[in-house]
Design a protein around this ligand. Structure first.
Ligand code: CA
Length: 231
């Protein structure tokens, strides 16, 4: 049985729709404001979230954005007010999977719900790898954990961000300027030695022989490149 979380502040709509969904065989929980809804969505393990945009405390957009930033991938069907095209676009940009404009036919809603559930069953886990291995190193990108020969190694936040950026751009040459921009958030910085220093530290922690790196490579005059297969 699929579990649906319905976040909506209009009591009438909550009542009628919940009835229809239960009749249809869904298990339904409800929340009447954005904050309570977010908390339930985060911890409840739902199969689908029906999310109103205009909500007290936290708007549907904010709920959706927060959920995605917390890596909660539950499909979200957004319920927007009539004719608010910007709402739809904005909602989809924030990670909603579909939207329905109020007022809507219940049959239409049921069809959308079924389609989303079917899609998420097929798509099942999002395929971004969480763990990357190279040499004797294993990096869990989500947990921020780095193991060398099975032993945890402490990286500073910046070192980890740098490593993650290089891993996510595996095989690409990344310039020092780009690293400063992307990892340090610096737009104009005349001195790029900061990057070199951090690369040196990473090599000392992760490369078997830091003097002859095989994964964190220097591309002379261009920048750096990460590769899993040893150079
Ligand atoms: Ca509302």
């Amino acid at each position: 049985m699929s579990r649906i979380l319905f976040i909506e502040d209009e009591p009438g709509l909550v009542l009628t729709l919940t009835d229809r969904l239960v009749m249809q065989g869904y298990q339904v929980d409800t929340a009447s404001d954005g904050e309570a809804g977010l908390e339930m969505a985060r911890t409840g393990g739902y199969d689908l979230i029906l999310l109103d945009v205009m909500l007290p405390r936290l708007s549907g957009f904010e709920v959706c954005k927060k959920l995605r930033s917390l890596h909660v991938d539950t499909p979200v069907l957004l319920l927007t007010a009539r004719g608010q095209l910007e709402d739809k676009v904005h909602g989809l940009q924030l990670g909603a999977d579909d939207y329905l404009t109020k007022p809507f036919e219940v049959m239409e809603l049921l069809a959308r719900i079924e389609a989303l559930l079917r899609r998420s069953r097929i798509a099942a886990p999002p395929s971004k790898p969480q763990t990357v291995s190279f040499g004797f190193v294993e990096v869990n990108l989500k947990a921020g954990l780095v193991l060398v020969r099975g032993e945890p190694v402490t990286l500073s936040a910046r070192e980890f961000q740098l490593l993650r950026f290089l891993i996510e751009h595996e095989g690409e040459i990344v310039s020092r300027e780009e690293l400063l921009r992307q990892v340090w958030g610096l737009q104009h910085m005349p001195i790029t030695r900061t990057v070199d220093v951090h690369i040196t530290w990473l090599r000392q922690k992760l490369e078997e022989n830091p003097k002859y790196p095989r994964h964190l490579l220097t591309m002379r005059g261009l920048g750096y490149r990460f590769q899993r297969e040893p150079a």
